[in-house]
Design a protein around this ligand. Sequence first.
Ligand code: ADP
Ligand code: XUL
Length: 524
Amino acid sequence: MGNFLGLDCSTQSMTGLVIDTDAGALLAEESISFDEHFAARYGVDKGVLDLGGGRVHSPPLMWAEALELLCARLRDTGVDLGRIEALAGSGQQHGTVYLNEAAAGAFGGLDPDHDLTEQLAEVFSRPTAPIWMDTSTSGQCRQIEDGVGGRSLLLELTGNTAFERFSGPQIRRFWQDEPEAYERTGCICLVSSFVASLLAGRLVPVDPGDGSGTNLMDIRTRRWSRPALEATAPDLGRRLLPVIPPDAVAGTLSPFWSGRFGFSPDCRVLPFSGDNPCSLIGLGLLQPGQAALSLGTSDTLFACLGEPRLPETGEGALFASPDGAHYMALICFLNGSLAREAVRDRYGLDWAGFSRGLAATPPGNDGALMLPWFEEEIVPRVTRPGVVRQDLDEADPAANVRAVIEAQALSSRIHSEWMGVEIRSLRVTGGASENEAILRVFADVHGCPVQRLRTTNAAALGAALRAAHGHAKASGEARSWEEVAEPFLRLQTAAPVEPDPANRGIYDGMLEGYRELERRHARG
Ligand code: ADP
Ligand code: XUL
């Protein structure tokens, strides 16, 4: 096959990873941190703009600028961008980018002699994009569920009950709050399809993996669902491009990228997908029952399913797998790294000190419990932030460090029960997966080995593998997913963190107490 690029536009950074499938090698891995480069220019903190009232957005122009900077960085590492045969990408899920009628022309006519951002100044009908951390659309969720005939009908139709962060409720709120700007909107992209469109120089549709995070796609036919569109906003169908299969080539790179960075003009662009669906591939969850954990800005626990299983608890989400055959069950905790960092900073620790806190305290924390709701929470739904401590001394740094991690691990076990998957091992990715002390708690609580990859960028790796798989098929040399992924998983698996059987009973015993504490305090 050859060299392939996987991109990941996440909450806090833009990452690019180049693989050589012939050598089974990772040629380059570079990341642009939004805060490091753009905090002053775009006013972001941890990659986002907190607009108050639960509204959390990011500037899409910043993503475009980061993409350009990333390509320059990749070129400067010495990797030959001209040899990349195809690329695909991943985007933080659910976020929506609002473009006016001028966007398609502007994308098509990008001039390599000018910066990308100056050529995009006039393409947005809304300057910022609401992202997955936005919790401001509870009213719209209920309205959409009512509009299709009830919550269980929306679930049956789209695979998900309505969630505040999903694209449909966000679009509905935009239409209600700013009807004139909605009227000026010619096309609504997801984060993934926006970045793909910049690269292809034309508007690129979404794949079913990211489409299923919108509350708008029929999960079985993998097309936009008319009743869901109608319940969301007027004339929405004409503002969305049709969902395309995950391996349908979306075009080749626009001349802007070859002219400016030396990419081949024949480099194929595959449809992008969501970061979680891409991580499913990047972690090699290609068979039903396999499960993984992502410890990024959010924490997610997900599994590969053979058949759609509907998350009736209203806590989990169901997405189509970008492998085209399977499904992905997922739970998403907003208080992931945000909560770990809040504890770390509250006690003036660094990550090494945080890990020492875990080492200095016993599994089970002598019965101390924390509900780590530093911010509003998605699972379980908590609308008013507030940390709860039970038999936990707030003045004891180490006990609080252990309490936040045990809470996250127990919660991930409790709230993944609906998936009906017996978790026998967890593959792990995301920034915090570097921290072995944290992984040990997750291994003990789930009673299974936790397997790390050498790269913590599973979404970008999954995107690169998708590019390779799609390119092989388009070239008439189709390969199985296992054939494409296996050399990279074998290459990258570091030693697993094994559970300590002595601790299993401790955590089994804590489970009901934690469930009960949550029940008492969660307010939806
Ligand atoms: P995202 O993809 O959502 O932008 P990442 O997967 O890049 O996020 O993870 C970033 C987070 O990783 C940081 O916010 C930080 O809290 C966390 N992190 C990085 N190193 C460590 C560590 N050694 N221990 C715990 N957390 C860490
Ligand atoms: C998943 C979710 C987050 C985002 C950002 O439903 O909201 O995991 O995809 O990573």
